[in-house]
Design a binder for this molecule. Sequence first.
Ligand SMILES: [Zn+2]
Length: 622
Amino acid sequence: MDRGLIPEEIINRIRDRADIVEVVSAHLSLGKAGQNFKGLCPFHSEKTPSFIVSPSRQMFHCFGCGEGGNVFTFLMKIEGSSFPTVVRNLGEKYGIRVEEQPASPAARQRAEQVERLVELNKAAAEFFHKTLLKDPAAKPARVYLKERGITAETIERFGIGYAPQAWDGALKALTKGGKQAWSIEDLAAAGLIVAREQGGKKPGDASGYYDRFRGRVILAILDLQKRVIGFGGRVIDDGVPKYLNSPETPLFRKGRTLYGLEVAREGITREDQVVIVEGYFDAIALHQAGVTNVVATLGTALTSEHVDLIRRFTRRVVLLFDPDAAGVRAALRTLDLFLGSGLAVQVGSLPEGEDPDTFVRSRGPEAFTALVRQAPSLLDFTVAGSLAIGRQGSVEDRVRCVEEVLALLQKLSNPVEKSAALHHVADQLGLDEKVLMERYRQLTRNSSVADHVPGEASVGPVESAPLPKDEEVLVRLLLHDKLTAPMLAQLAADDFTDPRARRLIAKVLEGRTERGEPAVNEAIINIQDDPQCGGIVRALSLSELSYDDVGTAFRDSLKALKLRRIGEEIQEVKTAQMVAERAGQAETARTLMLRQNALQQERQRLLSAGPLPLTEVGSVNA
Ligand SMILES: [Zn+2]
């Protein structure tokens, strides 16, 4: 999260001072429900309230859609504002001054320049727009837009313009005429003009520069405050490059900008979903057809800053990729980006030869919406794509495909899904499932360290899937502050099979006090926004706790947890032993057999131990 330049201490003071019930009440009506407050969720549509606000935990959570967080998260989500803005506004409300870092002369100069560039870009956008509408020389552009089916209304709504062919159209218009004359330096800083290789570059000398955009349809790129921050230009003939963007400027960063977001934000919030396309005109055409939750990337790959930006509005993303090999590779690249982001990502693909623009024009918005609805998850899409390539290819291709797909499957946290997927892959490639399984286990073991890296997460709806029962009981007890130091000492993150529980337990163990007691409140504050386990933390800490006997609930669940883990390890060892025997590796097979026996004994001991303290059990992992 971009915390801006606001000191952590100020952020904490504001969070402590703000009352989440009061803040939320300003946006929806809340009724008392036990210790908590309850209302209709503003983030999804519902008839019975499942939106809970907890004054003691200072958090909110929706049991319907999983949305939740603290007072800052709530305001960011409902107002679509950035973190610094929310902190600043709340600070104002509670009389806590958010000190800007004292500005150096250089910083002040930069701020002033940014202000000038905003005004300049606005003037430039107006110039381009007027040129498109009025200039006789812009006729080919008007014809082009008409042929693309872009209406006059859309031209207005998106502020579409035209840059004249001349080398100095914008240059002249903006430095000489009009209400205000801009300096050459500002035009260059805004990326509107380019310096010539040679010639006079004396300050203020226009002869050394020429227009960046010539003979192109111009698309103004706006930020969320509706300021023009840059431009995209498209040729109207066969010229190259087809698209030309403003360079990076103090205002314009392609890696954190999505075209059309300022227009789409309402649609995105309403649909609770964003569709990301690759071309400006694809986005425009979809908006014009009534599909308004669409944005476009600016000819660059998606970045983690894009992901942060998206998360402010929705957790559901649909990417449109070509279904060919290039599209599959593009999808693969985004996979790592979206893992651990807490976003559910689907990939829609259009029929061969169609782009969103042609598709929506020939088949209508309903067909497009249907296509989006049926879009497979990012993981399914990449697995299916890799398999398609693997089936056609050589032996090496198939081997590479197997490795690639297995690596993808490791990212699935649900064991049932995982085994079904392995079965499917083996089937598709005509491979022996046992061989595939063994290779999979090897990969899993090799990457088991990576498994604990923060941010590792399941893709898609698994995020909200329930925990295994025993793990849920233990996590619930922990979050309700029922575990004593000796109880906590018996928990090991590795015993938990669900990656969300593992991450939470690891965090809590890390944050223990010197006397080994859990610092539950701190842990909850630190982790309630976590993209991976924030959902279960909020849900389980806000749900009722109904155990007559905490000690028994703890011991029974811990025992079940350990037994389950031993059971899984036994299965793994068995498989490895079988493979070793077939390969004639007698020595390895014997070692594995001994290991299996030890595990079986451990299991027997656990089963017969009854409700005895389980402190010794940890030795099974040694
Ligand atoms: Zn909800």
